[in-house]
Ligand binder design. Sequence first.
Ligand code: ITT
Ligand code: NA
Length: 202
Amino acid sequence: PVIVVATRNAGKVREFAHAFAPLGKEVKSMFDYPELPDVVEDGVTFAENAWKKAKAVGDALGLPVLADDSGLCVDLLNGEPGVYSARYAGEGAADAQNNAKLLDALATLKAGEDTQPPLLSTARFVCALVLYDPASGDKVEAEGAAEGWITADAAGEGGFGYDPLFYVPEYEMTMAELTLEQKQAISHRGHALRALVSRLEA
Ligand code: ITT
Ligand code: NA
């Protein structure tokens, strides 16, 4: 059986494929449906944007669809970049540009300080998931979060997005230094997915 995930983010696809493989499910993504238009993500919450993606893609394909809207909320930046995480440094910005902008913003805030600790601010990753079945109209939602710190010492080649800058205290490593299994165990996406599955089984 196939599960369609309404995403064009290759990092998300990798994580969902890894999570669903043990359940015998193959993941398809928007890379398999290049003809579908981009969904306008103008919601003010992660949940709102996840719903916009699930609804648009589910209705277009006539198939059940899972959508993920996620991002990074940095406490010293009053929750930014939040729902703007993918386009923090501008529409279509590369991960490296977004990461550079984040470190710049925190460096500016800390400019007056004598010493610059590597850990710059507490932060959390948030993931909102929506599973939508256009045949029944059923909509199941779940959310997950992962707490950590933004570090000036970027490290790691794994994951995607802000992972090299996200220090995970439990592992004393960045999210990008974790294996897929380790990230799944503690990540916003892992928590949201387990919450969604338990809601489906209830
Ligand atoms: P889709 O909308 O097509 O799914 P996207 O990358 O635009 O892809 P979002 O709109 O949900 O996805 O934006 C999420 C951004 O937040 C993403 O581009 C990353 O910059 C960041 N992000 C989300 N989850 C992350 C994770 O697990 N690790 C690192 N960064 C993450
Ligand atoms: Na997006």
